[in-house]
Design a protein around this ligand. Structure first.
Ligand code: FES
Length: 147
């Protein structure tokens, strides 16, 4: 009885780890914030409203958008055929249109238009007193592979 209880506990720890409970804590511990814009250097409005552009953060290409309610960031690589989303068009309702085949992605959620059936990865962005920051997990490069 005692022995089977020990197996149950071991199994529970393994399951929790596999389901990401320990992994998530580890991932949030590994999250690093990088300043994209420095307001003292780039000015208070470093990017025009309703625009997207490609920025390099820690060696990664990110599509950074400025919308009415702040800055948002998605992976710069279009999931369709790899064009740069940062060279696309930002719509007033918060989507980016890829310039290559016109696939469209929501900049807040990363969700592609329903008929596309795909999505693009998103990154946390914070506007602080001294600038705009983007968060990366150290494992991000592995997750998106082709950067
Ligand atoms: S590469 Fe972006 S829509 Fe085809």
């Amino acid at each position: 009885m005692l022995q089977s209880y020990g197996i149950f506990i071991k199994l529970r720890i393994l399951t929790n780890n596999k389901m990401g409970l320990l992994g998530n804590n580890f991932a949030s511990f590994m999250k690093k914030w990088h300043r994209i814009y420095d307001f003292s250097f780039d000015g208070p409005e470093p990017q025009k409203l309703h625009t997207v552009r490609t920025v390099e953060v820690n060696g990664f290409q990110v599509c950074l958008a400025r919308l009415q309610d702040g800055y948002f960031a998605v992976n710069d690589v279009c999931p369709h055929a790899g064009h740069k989303l940062g060279q696309g068009i930002c719509t007033h309702d918060g989507r980016v249109i890829c310039p290559y085949h016109r696939y469209t992605y929501d900049l807040r959620s990363g969700q592609g238009d329903p008929q596309q059936g795909d999505r693009v990865g998103t990154f946390p962005v914070e506007t602080r007193a001294d600038g705009v920051y983007i968060a990366f997990e150290e494992e991000e490069k592995k997750r998106w592979g082709f950067w």
